[in-house]
Ligand binder design. Structure first.
Ligand SMILES: Nc1ncnc2c1ncn2[C@@H]1O[C@H](COP(=O)(O)OP(=O)(O)OP(=O)(O)O)[C@@H](O)[C@H]1O
Length: 372
């Protein structure tokens, strides 16, 4: 169990100009479950592999516990890795696969046996110990890969998209399993994924990355509610956040957001913040999630001055909700989440209430959050 520290870590592959990992600074707490999240190619695996020692570090320092590990080979870092493709030995039985790391460490036979049996019991694969990997389902293989990792208590677990080869139902089940294991074992874990649901449900904190650069390190709640910039705002959320371009202006003592086709009054708190930052007559992008807009009377009651008139284009029924796609005055498109009890039809003109407490304002140029 250990704290992991990355200081100004950079990775350059060969002579490529762009850094795969660019000045990464991160302090991972002992026993924390930390998730690296970002689109394909953003540097998640490279960073994880540098922590594991599978990839050289071009610049910077990595500490596991109090030890600077830059020059340490993987076997001396006391970490366990779980990969997407399971990386099981095809010719060894499940038992031998799980025991492999302990044999290399030359543990006595009876200790190996009790450790393997304990891991197999926890993962409910005790009846599969004599089988070869090809005789297992994908989910069972992934359990064996996990078994190999948890058979000893390393300083850290490093997991690289361990669930991405599983079907949706099994993924949900294994997600819960990994969290349960983490709670029981209390080992610092770094978990790589590009699946935001996995990140939100599993992580104590999430590191959102883009093009080798950390965008935000925060709890799932903060990442969702207070994304530091438009990249994070766009990346997180089941249905994409709606964005409107416009200008902040003070009219009759009220701070309002003006788009081309509508205007909305800011809350007192937002107005106060904008005045303090002297952001009147400032061009911004307003972000609002579909779930923070609606046709409900409660939102109209709470924000009597915050609504958009729009025309309904089409709807997506997803069972628990309806997502309506609309256009304001034939120009600005956005989506609204509504309870299935609402039934509107194509072409209908509606009034959409906006929960202004949840609206976010971003600098149009830097795309950074202004209401921070
Ligand atoms: N061996 C390599 N040689 C050259 N460039 C590489 C090498 N491995 C990775 N890269 C580049 O480094 C960047 C980061 O790659 P990395 O695999 O870390 O991304 P990732 O976020 O894990 O992506 P994915 O989700 O697709 O696995 C990418 O631009 C990739 O093309």
């Amino acid at each position: 169990m250990a704290r992991i520290l990355l200081k100004n870590v950079c990775k350059r592959y060969g002579k490529y100009k762009e850094l795969a990992v660019n000045n990464f600074n991160l302090d991972i707490d002992d026993q924390e479950f930390l998730v690296f999240l970002g689109p394909s190619g953003c540097g998640k695996s490279t960073t994880l592999r540098m922590v594991a020692g599978l990839e050289d570090i071009s610049e910077g320092e990595i500490y596991i516990g109090d030890t600077l590990v830059n020059e340490h080979p993987p076997k001396d870092r006391d970490i366990s890795m779980v990969f997407q493709n399971y990386a099981l030995y095809p010719n060894l039985t499940v038992y031998e696969n799980i025991a492999f790391g302990l044999r290399i460490r030359k543990l006595p036979k009876h200790e190996i046996e009790s450790a393997v049996k304990r891991a197999a019991r926890v993962l409910e694969i005790g009846n599969l110990l004599d089988r070869k990997p090809r005789e297992l389902s994908g989910g069972q293989r992934q359990r064996v890969a996990l078994g190999r990792a948890i058979v000893r208590s390393p300083q850290a677990f490093l997991m690289d998209e361990p669930l991405s080869n599983l079907d949706a139902k099994l993924r949900v089940q294994m997600r819960a399993e990994i969290i349960r294991l983490h709670r029981a074992m209390e080992v610092t874990t770094i978990y790589v994924t590009h699946d935001q649901i996995e990140a939100m449900t599993m992580g104590d904190r999430i590191v959102v990355m883009n093009r080798g650069v950390i965008q935000q390190v925060d709890t799932p709640e903060m990442i969702y509610n207070r994304p530091k910039n438009m990249f994070v705002a766009k990346f997180i959320g089941n249905h994409p956040m709606n964005f409107f371009e416009g200008t902040l202006r003070e009219v009759d003592g009220k701070m309002r957001f003006f788009s081309d086709t509508f205007s909305l009054q800011l809350t007192d708190q937002q107005a106060h913040m904008m005045r303090n930052k002297r952001l009147t007559d400032y061009t911004v992008t307003m972000g609002i999630r579909p779930e923070h807009t609606g046709f409900e009377q409660e939102i109209f009651d709470a924000f009597p001055n915050a609504f958009i008139r729009a025309e309904l284009n089409f709807n997506e029924f997803v069972g628990s909700d309806n997502y309506y796609h609309l256009t304001a005055h034939g120009k600005e498109s956005f989506a609204v989440r509504a309870h299935p009890r609402y039934r509107y039809s194509e072409g209908e003109k509606v009034k959409v209430a906006i929960d202004m407490d949840k609206a976010l304002f971003f600098d149009r140029n830097s795309e950074e959050l202004l209401t921070d």
